[in-house]
Design a protein around this ligand. Structure first.
Ligand SMILES: [Zn+2]
Length: 96
């Protein structure tokens, strides 16, 4: 597959360089699967999306969880992934 994004992009929320990460073997979302071999995630704990996500999910859904910004490398689409802890996805990081 031709990748639109070939180098780690900057997070659109905080400007931090994002980290190449493998998807987990399961999906928190709609069960359609990830459809990519890897994606880029912003692991900045001061990222606004991540910081605000805890409050947002607590207030709206009563959940202890947040989001991290992610970008699909094949089409450059910016999305977010649900994380249940600050260390979520860190075991999936690909060192380049
Ligand atoms: Zn960020």
């Amino acid at each position: 597959m031709e990748m639109k994004i070939k180098e780690a992009p900057m997070c659109p929320h905080c400007g931090t360089k994002m980290t190449k990460t493998l998807p987990p073997p399961f999906n928190f979302g709609d069960g359609l699967g990830w459809c990519v071999e890897y994606f880029y995630i912003c692991f900045n704990d001061e990222c606004k999306l991540y910081e605000n996500g805890w409050d947002h999910l607590k207030k709206n859904y009563g959940k202890t969880a947040s989001y991290r910004c992610m970008i699909y490398p094949d089409n450059g689409v910016v999305d977010s992934v649900c994380v249940l802890s600050p260390d979520a996805f860190k075991g999936q990081i690909v060192e380049e």
